[in-house]
Design a protein around this ligand. Structure first.
Ligand SMILES: [Mn+2]
Length: 357
């Protein structure tokens, strides 16, 4: 935490601020260790967590580097005033993308004499490179997700609904692995596979269909993100064709990941391959995204990210897909860590087509 707070203070100085207030729970957690309803105020003279009274003691236990104050029995404005003053802040960076307009107006009214500096992407940028503590949690999230890949080979069956499969996976993840879901599981079978972010339905999975499952475990606040497409029995020739192309593109994307490469270059490695096989228009999203305390965070691995240079310690997904309305879809996704000279895929689950039954 000390190291994170030092990097923050240096970045704030560059921004022209002498302190900051964090509203986003991921950032509050990153600097304080506490991951619930609270605001983190950090300045040259102190660090104060303003917590809802319901979480006062929990915040004290978790946030060892912060003084915790509750606003129980006092006005929020007066507690905020006191905290900003005691932290010695006169030019306060704030998360303009995370604050509701009424919260901003209340801050402004409570803090006359304090100038407000929009933080931009500074908050997220400081979380782009994962430290060892974070990597241990990410690895555990990925290990559990790997186990769930095998659980899915038992859960997915012709005759089972998408919703039942998603519910079963969620139960196993909680009961057997004591993990939370990274996000709502996607189970998309047959023609539903053409919806990249399908919501599991009461559609019954059929023999001969492919099923795309996008899922992940969350461990101590850190998210894993995996997608595999399974086949219930022998797939059609068309689905087999697109599976093979997506797999080839996914491997090309992973192979492109190394320090110095831009998000756009990594994206192009997979996208160009899919386009060369005639399915460029059917790969409708970016190659991947950063993962960590948020399921989607920086760095971006996207055709739009020509200025995003990957460095060791970045943790990103590689997830090309092909989506054919009325036929189906395939997506294959790994969570990867950028290393000194390449990348490490944090999953061991196979990517060859798993034919179930
Ligand atoms: Mn993803």
């Amino acid at each position: 935490m000390q190291n994170r707070l030092q990097r923050l203070m240096a970045a704030l100085e560059e921004l022209g601020a002498d302190g900051a207030i964090f509203h986003a729970v991921e950032d509050v957690c990153y600097y304080s260790g506490f991951d619930n309803d609270s605001l983190a105020v950090v300045g040259p003279k102190g660090r104060i967590l303003i917590a809802n009274a319901l979480y006062f003691e929990a915040a004290q236990r978790a946030a060892k580097e912060f003084e915790v104050r509750s606003y129980y029995g006092a006005s929020f404005a007066s507690v905020l005033q006191g905290a900003v003053k005691d932290c010695g802040i006169t030019r306060m960076a704030y998360q303009e993308g995370k604050v509701f307009h009424d919260q901003y107006l209340a801050m402004e009214a409570a803090l006359p004499g304090v100038s407000f500096v929009p933080m931009g992407i500074l908050g997220q940028k400081l979380r782009e490179v994962k430290d060892e503590t974070e990597l241990a949690k990410l690895r555990e999230a990925c290990r559990i997700t790997d186990c769930c890949f095998w659980e899915l080979t038992k859960i997915l069956r012709p005759g089972v609904t998408e919703l039942d499969a998603a519910t079963e996976l969620q139960y196993v993840m909680a009961k057997k692995y004591h993990a939370q879901l990274s996000f709502e599981t996607i189970v998309a079978s047959g023609i539903n596979g053409s919806l990249p972010h399908a919501v599991p339905s009461d559609k019954v999975m059929q023999e001969g269909e492919m099923v795309t499952v996008d899922f992940g475990a969350m461990w101590e606040g850190y998210h894993a993100d995996m997608t595999r497409t399974y086949s219930l029995g022998e797939p059609s020739a068309k689905m087999r064709e697109i599976y093979d192309i997506v797999l080839e593109a996914q491997l090309a994307g992973v192979a492109a990941l190394r320090p110095g490469v831009t998000g756009a270059q990594a994206d192009a490695a997979a996208r160009d391959l899919i386009a060369s096989r005639g399915y460029g228009e059917q790969f409708v999203h970016t190659l991947g995204h950063g993962v960590g305390l948020e399921i989607h965070e920086r760095p971006n691995v996207s055709y739009r990210a020509a200025d995003q240079i990957l460095v060791p310690g970045n943790c990103v997904t590689v997830e090309p897909g092909i989506y054919l309305p009325g036929i189906g879809g395939v997506r294959i996704e790994d969570t990867c860590l950028i290393t000194k000279d390449g990348c490490e895929v944090l999953f061991e689950a196979p990517k060859q087509l798993q034919i179930i039954g």
